[in-house]
Design a protein around this ligand. Structure first.
Ligand SMILES: [Zn+2]
Length: 308
């Protein structure tokens, strides 16, 4: 199997990523890592009341037990599927055409009725709309998700049980291009999600407990918690990452139920915290147990679970 850089692709977006990897793409991911790794970790350390062994020396993120890697794609076979389904489609087309419409439509009345060019502009606008109908981003997104989705795993990045995080450039770039989203903001969100898994799993509580059976727990619990903490983080960063919350809500519409279930948790961070700690320590696996604990967490909050 050739590596990502050895091969040529039909899809123009994938080709562009391969050609401009070191100039336009890798630096965005590196910058996110440099600027957000520590702030995200500090936030989780506080809100989950857990710590990793490297937190005491957090300036040295390289010695981290959760190292962050950047790779093109999880599986080269996915690129063949992209070429098969989207052979000639440049994913930026949708965004470019949308921006054209936003600029062109309001300007249409400004053209003089006597001008022969009037009709041309109206024609071009109609043509643009027709083209956009064909390039329905919902269909793109659903097809992209199908290609990248492997079982129960995250598609834009992944947390591996041994402790590493991988951010996958191609799925992130294609989704952002097709939907006109800011790549930098998107990658911060993905990093926050994967680090939430990391802190949920390996973060030690005050009695040095970690999540022993993390690998066997229902994905509704694992993804729900990661999403919950990512959202909490992004909500607090609106001054630095203006589009963070909106990007999260946008992606959410396309995600499977395990990524959306946290929206039903009508609760407070304290209740989530006490449920998270109790569920972990009790080595439970099932989502229904998690929900039951969450429903009962109110009682325990008045006990000594949260306040100590
Ligand atoms: Zn996840």
């Amino acid at each position: 199997m050739p590596t990502f850089w050895d091969a040529r692709y039909k899809n123009p977006s994938v080709n562009r990523i391969a050609e401009h990897w070191f100039i336009d793409y890798l630096p965005v991911f590196e910058r996110v890592k440099k600027e957000w790794n520590i702030p995200i970790r500090n936030f989780y350390k506080k809100i989950m009341s857990v710590h990793l062994k490297e937190d005491d020396n957090s300036s040295n993120a390289n010695s981290s037990s959760i190292r962050i890697h950047i790779e093109p794609i999880a599986d080269m076979k996915m690129l063949m599927e992209i070429d098969y389904l989207f052979g000639n489609i440049d994913f930026r087309q949708i965004d470019i055409l949308k921006k054209f419409l936003v600029a062109a439509e309001p300007s249409l009345p400004l053209f003089s009725e006597d001008s022969p060019h009037d009709e041309h502009l109206a024609d071009i606008i109609a043509l643009t709309k027709k083209k956009l109908d064909k390039l329905d981003p919902r269909q793109f997104n659903n097809d992209l998700f199908k290609i990248f989705f492997e079982g129960d795993t995250d598609i834009f990045g992944r947390y591996y049980l041994k402790g590493g995080i991988v951010l996958y450039v191609i799925p992130c770039v294609l989704f952002c291009e097709a939907n006109g989203l800011d790549l930098y903001t998107f990658v911060v969100m993905i990093l926050a999600h994967e680090l939430a898994h990391g802190y949920n799993h390996r973060g030690k509580d005050k009695d040095n407990y970690m999540w022993k059976n993390f690998g066997r727990v229902d994905t509704m619990v694992l993804e729900g918690l990661a999403q919950y903490y990512t959202y909490e983080f992004l909500k607090k960063q609106l001054h630095k990452l203006e589009e963070g919350k909106r990007t999260f809500m946008y992606l959410l519409k396309y995600q499977a139920i395990q990524y959306r279930c946290f929206e039903e948790w009508d609760t407070t961070p304290e209740k989530i915290y006490s449920t998270f700690i109790e569920f972990r320590r009790g080595e439970y696996n099932k989502y229904e147990d998690f929900l039951q604990m969450l429903a009962g967490a109110k009682i325990r909050i008045h006990g000594d679970v949260v306040d100590d």
